[in-house]
Ligand binder design. Structure first.
Ligand code: COD
Length: 298
């Protein structure tokens, strides 16, 4: 069981070579800070793609030495994305990272039919939160990529996430499918989807996890709340993964945890041919570092 994001660093195998990471639009202070930390820790070898003057201004100001790392000069952000994505597509890099470029621009590059990172699977975003008031790391999906997932999309989102959690050694993660209430209400799509996902899991259509839902947020994360409502569930109060009904709920929860609960967060995009580090501008340097770590572990 992981309690802290820092516990994940023990999963890095120091005997394995560093993963090559392509940073698209490298003139980004926070990304470079986190990347330098990952480079020093030995698990990342960066390729910087961006505006030379602005990137080197940051690097020199901070006194960073990236050794023999490659730098590719390109001042147009969309072209930077294309270069970085193509490198990963062609197997010249193992991980893609967003620098100073809007998320949809990077994602459209990733989804490009000719040189993108499509695999035929749905791509989805997985975030890990370290919250002082919860007894272990809690994963949340999807708060940043899929806007209004259908039932079919939710199956893929759960499968991407469960596969990743299994890789981290969390053998049968407990998945709570969130709704506003814990009863099925046919007027609330989130609750009917949740019930179907639970049944599919019981019938082994979705494997390697335990799914329960609908659960309201309080019963998903608190034994007392679940007990109070007389909910009998293997998941309630001990959730490893929260499945969001849509991007708005997910994004508001993400930001509430960070801004109101002082949570630490790290995230990764799964389902592509390589892991993608897609942090938001407001994420701290520490958060970006742990996101790079998650991608290196994928
Ligand atoms: N996985 C795999 N393929 C996908 C996915 C996905 N998650 N999303 C779209 N596609 C494929 C579609 O099947 C289609 O072939 C093609 O990509 C284009 O699909 P559209 O028309 O839906 O694509 P876009 O370009 O309009 O939108 C894709 C985005 C990922 C850019 C869009 O969904 C988006 O803006 N998501 C939210 C990103 C965001 O702003 N996050 C910030 C929150 S902090």
């Amino acid at each position: 069981m992981y309690k802290h994001l820092s516990d994940l660093q023990n999963q890095i195998d120091p005997s394995k070579p560093a993963k090559k990471l392509a940073l698209a639009v490298s003139q980004d202070n926070f990304s470079l800070n986190a990347l330098f930390k990952a480079y020093k820790a030995g698990f990342i070898s960066p390729v910087l793609i961006g505006d030379r003057e602005e990137t080197y201004h940051i690097i020199e100001e901070k006194g960073y030495d990236f050794g023999n790392s490659t730098f590719i000069e390109e001042s147009d952000p969309e072209k930077c994305v294309e270069i970085a994505v193509r490198m990963v597509h062609d197997g010249e890099a193992d991980v893609l990272m967003k620098g100073k470029v809007p998320t949809p621009v990077l994602l459209r590059g990733v989804l490009n039919k000719d040189w993108g990172l499509r695999t035929g699977r749905l791509l989805s975003h997985l975030a890990f939160f370290e919250v002082a008031t919860y007894h272990k790391l809690i994963a949340v999906t999807d708060v940043a990529m899929n806007i209004a997932p259908t039932l079919r999309d939710k199956i893929c989102i759960v499968e991407n996430s469960v596969q990743y959690l299994n890789t981290l050694g969390i053998k049968r993660p407990k998945v709570a499918v969130l709704g506003a209430i814990e009863m099925v209400n046919e007027s609330m799509q989130a609750t009917t989807d949740a019930a179907l996902l639970s049944k599919m899991n019981q019938r082994d259509q979705i494997k390697n996890c335990i799914i329960d839902g609908p659960l309201a947020f309080d019963n998903a994360v608190s034994f007392e709340s679940a007990h109070h409502k007389n909910i009998k569930s293997e998941v309630a109060g001990d959730t490893d993964l929260l499945l969001m009904p849509d991007i708005e709920v997910g994004n508001v929860l993400y930001k509430s945890l960070v801004f109101f609960a002082n949570a630490k967060v790290a995230s990764v995009i799964l389902g592509a041919s390589a892991p993608i580090v897609l942090t938001s501008r407001s994420d701290t340097e520490e958060s970006k570092f742990y996101s790079i770590l998650l991608a290196a572990l994928a």
